[in-house]
Write a protein that binds this ligand. Structure first.
Ligand SMILES: [Zn+2]
Ligand SMILES: [Zn+2]
Length: 112
């Protein structure tokens, strides 16, 4: 089966990946751990819609989690809100914080 890709894949910058908190690998069903299903919601993923969450290290080895867009957007949004509360730069002047801007751009990208 071939699917025509109509949307650009969302590419999460490496330095933002650690800010995206994942459920612990030990509690996940096999399909979510393998990246066949969304790591948060368990929705089936296709190459055209899946968001790559990078390579993660765990005690049991390397892990390549993937997720659907709505779940990723929710988590990135939470990361952005959480960031604002603890970043000195954001308390001072949020408009010049690179991290906040990068998270915000990612939220917008995931809305498409
Ligand atoms: Zn999902
Ligand atoms: Zn900040």
């Amino acid at each position: 089966m071939t699917t025509v890709e109509t949307r650009a894949l969302v590419d999460i910058p490496d330095d933002l990946l650690p800010r995206i908190l994942l459920p612990p690998l030990e509690v996940l069903p096999d399909a979510r751990a393998r990246g066949a299903e969304c790591v948060w919601g368990g929705e089936p993923l296709s190459t055209a819609t899946a968001v790559d969450l990078g390579e993660r290290e765990t005690d049991s080895g390397h892990w390549f989690p993937r997720a659907c867009r709505p779940c990723t957007r929710r988590v990135v949004l939470a990361a952005r809100n959480d960031h604002s509360g603890r970043c000195e730069q954001c308390t001072d002047d949020a408009t010049i914080c690179e991290t906040r801007r990068a998270l915000h751009v990612l939220v917008l990208e995931l809305r498409r």
